[in-house]
Ligand binder design. Structure first.
Ligand code: HEM
Ligand code: ISQ
Length: 154
């Protein structure tokens, strides 16, 4: 499937909406991840010692934003180059960090569902099947690059 200019525009537009309320959406993102996979809580250093999800944790916010941003950048690359290329250093680092924390392929599906649901809530009436598909494709490509690097390092 081709990633069109419209797909890219849809992703960018919804990211602009998300950016207006990062604290809320990063918290939602995380809450949904843990609703689907409660055991994932112990994988995250900033959650391990707390009973509930901290509401104003700078680390949580920063990490969640990186996931959104990287997926958005993947959409831009998909449209420009037809593929997602993650910088060598970044990819090595992400591969290592996820491997070390015990992330497996199945978890990527969980994070994908959580990401899409967060965007659905954020975009509200602008949400569409097309928008979902565009974010989904961009995320899948990015996830594939990280997963491949994790296998490389394992
Ligand atoms: C850390 C991105 C998928 C679990 C990180 C960091 C980034 C990131 C940017 C922070 C690195 C740092 O600055 O220290 C992504 C992206 C993903 C993805 C772009 C998918 C495309 C996943 C999945 C899981 C996961 C599927 C499993 C539930 C973690 C954990 C950490 C982490 C446990 C370490 C957090 C900590 O304790 O500091 N990820 N991630 N990630 N990620 Fe992901
Ligand atoms: C790191 N990796 C994947 C998903 C995340 C969500 C919130 C915070 C950090 C994350």
């Amino acid at each position: 499937a081709l990633f069109t200019e419209k797909d890219e525009a849809l992703v960018k537009e919804s990211w602009e909406i998300m950016k207006q309320n990062i604290p809320e959406y990063s918290l939602r993102f995380f809450t949904i991840i843990l609703e689907i996979a409660p055991a994932a809580k112990n994988m995250f250093s900033f959650l391990r010692d707390s009973d509930e999800i901290p509401h104003n944790n700078p680390k949580l916010k920063a990490h969640a934003v990186k996931v959104f941003k990287m997926t958005c950048e993947s959409a831009i690359q998909l449209r420009e180059k037809g593929e997602v290329v993650v910088g060598e250093t970044t990819l090595k680092y992400l591969g290592a960090i996820h491997l070390k924390n015990g992330v497996i392929d199945l978890h990527f599906e969980v994070v994908k569902q959580a990401l899409l649901r967060t965007i659905e809530e954020a975009t509200a009436e602008k949400w569409s099947e097309e928008l979902k598909c565009a974010w989904g494709v961009a995320y899948d490509q990015l996830a594939a690059a990280i997963k491949a690097e994790m296998k490389e390092e394992a």
